[in-house]
Design a protein around this ligand. Sequence first.
Ligand code: AMP
Ligand code: ZN
Length: 459
Amino acid sequence: MQLYNTMSKKKETFAPIKKTVGFYACGLTVYNYAHIGNLRTYIFNDILKRVLLFNNYKVKHVMNITDVGHLTSDQDEGEDKMLKGAKREKKTVWEIAEFYTEEFKKDLKNLAIIEPDEWPKATDHIKEQIDMIKTLEKKGFTYQAGGNVYFNTSKLKDYGKLARLDLNAETKSRVEKDPNKKNKHDFVLWFTKSKFKDQEMKWKSDYGEGYPGWHLECSAMSSKYLGKQFDIHTGGIDHIPVHHTNEIAQSEACFGKTPWVKYWLHGEFLILDKEKMSKSKGGFLTLNKLIKKGYDPLAFRYLCLTTQYRKPLTFSFESLDGAANALKKLQNKILEMLEQPKEGKEENVEKYIEDFQTAINDDLNMPKALAAVWEMLKNEKISNLKKYQIILEFDRVLGLNLDLIQLEKLPREIEELITQREDARFKKDWKKSDQIRDKLLKKGYIVEDTASGPRWKKK
Ligand code: AMP
Ligand code: ZN
């Protein structure tokens, strides 16, 4: 299995550290609904996990919930995101966190994303975060200024290696600069002098009452659940220059193990109107909006499968329609297989299985894997029963819930109309047979005549 590692900028052969693969995914900041860009990243995570499982690895998947400390700028500046959500909705930050966590879980379920083994919340792991600061302090990686505790990036010889940062370059950022920082890339581990007077989330610590900086939670929680070194860490590409860079700095400094994480995988953005979709912009699209417009959430999942995760995905309703049609076609194929399992003789499907496996193991090339699926389905020589068995195997990775499709019992009225139409056809009364076909169509059923008799499907 080959995976592209952002750290080496190369595809590498995957070899886990221990028997069970340790996999940490940065979760959602729960101050708003997840937008479909966020969800694209979680679908990519799910595909990765499913491909590992398909390859018979055991996986321990941890995904955090960010419910504290994330400011609107990744560089410890701007507004507090949770507070922003609370003000917008006139609720407490705790209510906001609880509500959007539940909504996020519903989205994941609708997208057939396998639940992580652990969903740790940042606010449930404040002690672990403070303990990390204490260790970093003992090792000489911190300083206090202006009431906050900072990580001193100049104490590391390889700070910024993930993003290959040029540490001497000027930042173009227009946001306010923190005068307490000794080095441009230093970051806050603990805020005490909160600039947000109405901050509700505060905890006591040796450094004063306050709350943790955003990056710290992922280091503290991943080490708690996966150990001080683990296999895979994921996120969107926006996490490379700051969040993941800082996670690496504080973890390698604290735990003394390099590399802290063996494989770094990053998903490209979902783009709308030529811009990265983002929660801070008003018009973002949620899964609920797509459902309200009548789309099956799995059509969005199918759409995500049509672009490899390292390529940008430009969203449009035309492309979503295309994905919805392809999914419907696939579902109808499954119904055909269930109706007439014996059709076809050929049982040799090795080539398609090989093509599918090669594609998924080549850095999750799902568009190529889908092509192998459709190639197999097109081959009329393969028996429907065999096709059904194989497609369900493939669906362990695709995650399109194809195993849930069942033959529906036809309503009696429709069954009678089909029989009447058969009678008319037998009597060569084409006019009547066409009239009945139109009537069926109006009731939402399409009838096709095949060599082995009439076949129906829903419109
Ligand atoms: P956040 O809630 O901002 O922490 O983001 C949750 C996840 O979604 C992170 O892994 C981000 O990198 C990712 N993400 C944010 N915007 C997009 C986007 N437009 N397309 C794909 N992934 C995104
Ligand atoms: Zn993180």
